[in-house]
Design a binder for this molecule. Structure first.
Ligand code: SF4
Length: 78
């Protein structure tokens, strides 16, 4: 609970500059096409089958759209 609140506070666009986008595989059910892959404007997310998505930080512009789209909060900035 406190973890979710803190993530919400610190995942805003302005606070991502020094953070890395991290995939929390334990939170991802890995049984569906990841909705966040489709919304990434930079093509920074890929998915093999229904596996948890993979982030390419060389492409990521840290816009945070994927974070908002994942209902499981499996994508977070740390
Ligand atoms: S933060 Fe933006 S650019 Fe980076 S992976 Fe998520 S949607 Fe793509």
């Amino acid at each position: 609970m406190a973890d979710n609140i803190l993530n919400g506070l610190f995942n805003s666009k302005k606070n991502t500059a020094n953070r890395m986008l991290v995939v929390k595989e334990a939170r991802c059910p890995q049984n569906h096409a990841c909705p966040s892959v489709r919304v990434c404007p930079a093509g920074a997310l890929t998915q093999n089958g229904f596996d948890a998505p993979i982030v390419n930080m060389d492409k990521c512009i840290k816009c945070g759209k994927c974070v908002k789209f994942c209902p499981m909060r499996a994508l977070i900035f740390e």
